[in-house]
Design a protein around this ligand. Structure first.
Ligand code: LLP
Length: 414
């Protein structure tokens, strides 16, 4: 199965655009993240060019925050959805435009709010009365009015993994639906705020359009009221579509854009979208080398990428496709469990996979561009992987592999 036009087998060899993945692994070592420039660009344009309503696509930085990825997005005209001062600083360092930044998250600190106001972001998506008060106080102390939207919780079931469902009543996110108008009224009474929009985000890896339709229906009605009362100028519909990890059959981006048009075209409001996974997910792969083979309860393939490099299978029981970089031995494949070197039983990249490998061979995990490197850690004191972006037959090292000395940068002996 192929996930992108940009990671394809030529004969038995996997290519990233026009670069041999085996050659890249030799040049940069493993574990190695590889991203395709054109795949990233195409996925962004699938949103930007298919939506016939005034809009800003705010790429969600958390999915993959490498500076070169942000730089590419900025060059395509993208705005950014951020959740911390660190993410905003990355956007600025990558040449992104702060006036196209929306700031999400339930726990913004004073210093983060101040920094965002200094940079002149487009809007804060606030989630509680206390947060509104804090944003107002900081703005007043700077003689400014802070642009705000309320993240509302429309109580829609996104039918996704419970760790990444955010729009249910029981979630910590957003303002409860029945309180929304009261909280807007409160916001309008605060001296440091300027009400600009309404925001929601119901979850991630959503594999059908129906939860989005349910959300759009509710938000549309609310937005009409808010436009009348407060003259709001935008509706932020949150994150994007899920992606194919298996043959999940997710809808085409263009169809989601048509759905948004059908609900929002006549309102005279700007749409803001915050897609992350669907922009970078299938534009990236993780390449790892087989260290050992071991027979136990299963055929274990022990590789050099662990849950510190890719935590999605361990954290969300996520299924991600794994294949050989060189498929010439595929006919002798055996059912195997692919595990990393970390001292945790959950350190698995995949179970029950038909694979044919010997020591020293390379495996690839597809769909690894989103929430892969950005969630990686130094657990077990493992330096984080290198990241490379390919464009045609050229490769760019966009993050150097960490060294062992990097592991204790900032630590001090007594
Ligand atoms: N906007 C907000 C407010 C969000 O919380 C998120 C994701 C997004 C946008 C982007 O959503 P996307 O387009 O990527 O679905 N680590 C998990 C996913 C966590 C999603 C968190 N929020 C995973 O690996 O599946």
């Amino acid at each position: 199965m192929e996930y992108s036009d940009h990671f394809v087998y030529r004969g038995n060899q996997l290519y990233a655009e026009d670069c041999s993945v085996a050659d890249l692994a030799k040049k940069y070592g493993t574990p190695l993240y590889i991203y395709s420039h054109d795949s990233l660009k195409q996925a962004f344009l699938n949103y930007d060019t298919n939506l016939a309503v005034p809009h800003t696509i705010c790429y969600s930085v958390k999915a993959n925050s490498n500076l070169a990825v942000l730089q590419l997005m900025a060059s395509l005209g993208s705005g950014f959805d951020i959740v911390s001062k660190g993410e905003l600083a990355r956007v600025v360092a990558a040449g992104g435009d702060p006036s196209k930044v929306v700031y999400s998250g339930v726990g913004k600190r004073d210093d983060e709010i101040r920094y965002a106001l200094e940079k002149g972001i487009y809007c804060f998506n606030a989630e509680s009365k206390m947060e509104l008060k804090t944003i107002s106080d900081v703005a007043v102390s700077m003689n400014l009015k802070a642009p705000v939207a309320l993240r509302v919780n429309p109580d829609v079931d996104p039918h996704t993994h419970h760790h990444i469902a955010t729009g249910l009543k029981t979630s910590k996110f957003g303002v409860a639906w029945e309180d929304v108008l009261n909280v807007y009224e409160y916001a309008s009474s605060l001296p440091g705020l300027q009400i600009k929009g309404v925001d929601c985000h119901i979850g991630s890896q959503i594999a059908s359009l129906s939860p989005f339709a349910e959300m759009a229906e509710k938000i549309r009605t609310l937005a009409v009221t808010l436009k009348e009362r407060y003259g709001i100028e935008f509706i932020d519909v949150g994150g994007g579509l899920g992606i194919n990890y298996d043959n999940d059959g997710v809808p085409a981006t263009a169809d989601y854009m048509k759905l948004l048009e059908s609900y929002f075209k006549d309102l005279g409001l700007r749409l803001v979208l915050e897609p992350g996974r669907s922009v970078v997910g299938n534009a990236g792969i993780l390449v790892t080398r087989v260290q050992y083979l071991k027979q136990g309860a299963s055929n274990f393939i022990i590789v050099d990428a662990g849950m510190n490099d890719m935590i999605r299978p361990a954290l969300y029981s996520a299924w991600m496709n794994i294949s050989e970089v060189d498929r010439s031995g595929a006919s002798s494949a055996v059912k195997s469990t692919v595990v990393g070197p970390i001292c945790e039983s959950s350190d698995k990249l995949g179970e029950d996979r038909l694979l044919a490998v010997k020591q020293g061979d390379l495996l690839v995990q597809f769909s690894a561009g989103a929430y892969g490197f950005s969630m990686s850690s130094n657990y077990n004191s493992r330096p984080r992987a290198a990241e490379v972006m390919v464009k045609g037959d050229r490769d760019f090292e966009i993050r150097t592999r960490e060294t062992v000395e990097d592991l204790w940068r900032g630590e001090h002996l007594l």
